[in-house]
Design a protein around this ligand. Sequence first.
Ligand code: UDP
Length: 254
Amino acid sequence: MARRKKIYEGKAKVLYEGPEPGTLVQYFKDDATAGNGAKKATIDGKGVLNNRLSEFFMTGLQGIGVPTHFIKRLNMREQLIRQVEIIPLEVIVRNYAAGSMAKRLGMEEGTQLPRPIVEFSYKNDALGDPLVPEEYVVTFGWASQQDLDDIVSIALRVNDFMSGVMHGVGIRLIDFKIEIGRIWDNDYHRLVVADEISPDSCRLWDIETGQKLDKDVFRRDLGSLTDAYTEVARRLGVLPSNVTHRPNKPTLIN
Ligand code: UDP
C-alpha cells in the first residue's frame, strides 16, 4: 500500500497529505502531554473520542455559520480537513478563572469573570507559549488588526456556542483554546477555526458536582481521562459504538 506523506506530527495529532490539493488528513493519537511535554502518557481511546468530539463541535459551529477547517470524518481516528495557514496564536477564552489565570492573579479556580475574556499566547514550545498582549500580535505581524478583530469575534461566537451546548448537558465551560487558520483565495484570505476542539483544549466542569471532565484529570492525576471524555461524549450523544477501553462494561450505542 502506498504510504501517505506525513506533513507534520504534533503532540496529539498527525497531519498527512490529503486526497486533493488543499486538503489534509488529521489523525488523532492516543498520546497525552501536559506542562509543554513535561508529562507524557498514552491513553487508550483518547484519539477516537477527540476525533468524534471535534467533529461534533466543528459541525455544530458550521451549522451556525462559524467557518471551520472540518470537511468530514473519515474513520475512527481520522478526519479530512482544509489545509490552512495556522496563525501562530493560541486563542484562549475564559468564562471562569482557572489554570494559569487563577495562578497569575491569585484567584480561586471557578470564580466567574464579569465577562468572557479573550487572550492570546504566542505558539512557541521553546518559549512555553507565552501570554502576549494584543499589541504584540499586530506589531510582530502575526495577524493584522482586521484579522485580530475577526479572531476575537469568532472566539466569542465559539464561546457562546460551546457554553450553550455544554450547559444543555449539565457541564460548565470554564475556558478553552482554539487555533485559527487562514485559507487563501488569490490575494484574499478568510479565517476559519482550525486544529481541534475537544476536552484536551477545554476546561469542563460538571455543573452539579464540579467534577472535572477535561485534560486537568490527566494534568492533576484525578482519575481516568478516558472515563471523563467518555462521559462528555455520552452526554452529547456522540459516543462511538466501539470504544473498547472497558470491555467488561456495557457501552451505550445510539
Ligand atoms: N490550553 C490548551 N493548550 C495549551 C494551553 C492551554 O489547549 O497549550 C487550554 C487549556 O486546556 C484551558 C485553556 O486553554 O482550557 C486555558 O489554559 P491555561 O492558560 O489556564 O493554561 P494551563 O493552566 O493549562 O497551563
